[in-house]
Design a binder for this molecule. Sequence first.
Ligand code: SAM
Ligand code: FES
Length: 351
Amino acid sequence: NIIKLIDKLYEENLLNKNEILYILDNIKSYEVDYLCEKAVATRKKFYDNKVYMRGLIEFTNYCKNDCYYCGIRCSNKNISRYRLSLEQIMECADLGYKLGYRTFVLQGGEDNYFTDDKIVEIIKSIKYKYDDCAITLSIGEKSYDSYKKFFHAGADRYLLRHETATEEHYKKLHPKNLRLSNRINCLRDLKEIGYQVGAGLMVDSPYQTNENIAEDLIFLKDLNPEMVGIGPFIPHHDTIFKDEPTGSLEKSIIVLALTRLLLPSVLLPATTALGTINPKGREAGLNAGCNVVMPNLSPTDVRSKYALYDNKICMGDEAAECRNCIEKRINMAGFVLDTSIGDNINWHSPL
Ligand code: SAM
Ligand code: FES
């Protein structure tokens, strides 16, 4: 039954919620291998053996939100907060450009210090200097107007994980002021404005059921984003979820492979969280259909302060070390690093 369902998914890139749930509930190890084979074959049709590289700049760990799972949530009084200046951000971009990066991901907590004007200034500064690069923003929920300003300043892509597509589950992970409906409206606004959009979720987040994951995958299929970020939940010692179990590698791999098959041309990172729960986690991700890696370009002295979860890898490594380490890993796994701008192959700019 499962093999038949995987074949159907491979042929049609479509399954209904019950079929996805059936796979999640019943899949055996040898069937996971088959699922991954099909996911890699699908990925190869569009991207061959290429893996795209994005330089991650974590420019602030201040956050006004209080997501229960996140280490930089505002009620965590035990971390030391930092913000990078425009000059520091430009130093990261300069170094990244020299190391071959052509996409910069500006990620941070929801930090009101960075007004729209400041974000626009950062985007324009990078774009003015490096007009052959893409800018991805990952700075949370903003108004339509703000998203529009950033887009017109030169931002190309936006990562905003939906976290979970089930209302009841969303409420268990977030305080009342954060609403799933708002998150989804943001994603739709971003699409309408013309960004390449990334949604996504944590696997094995507290209270998550297989039915929730099936809902997530149906939601993703309907949204049809250009990128999807999926990684395991990992507890952070200063959150209320500190005693919850770490997400499973196998479950993460299954969800990644299903995502590749449902959205064949999607840009799908083998995340740092995957590499954190298992030394070969990112390689396992590549062998389940992932085609993006996001090494860290943040200055080493702030790395450990951007701790969303415990035991995050690459904390002390220089940007050049991360870049070289990741290339070796990609090659060893049988893939090749591609340093081009790396848009989704089906992407047609609206401009
Ligand atoms: N503030 C922006 C936002 O909300 O989209 C970007 C930064 S946010 C920290 C980036 C992502 O980290 C979240 O979407 C969440 O899925 C992930 N994350 C946070 N805490 C995590 C944890 N404990 N384990 C795994 N991933 C986590
Ligand atoms: Fe910052 Fe969730 S804690 S966005």
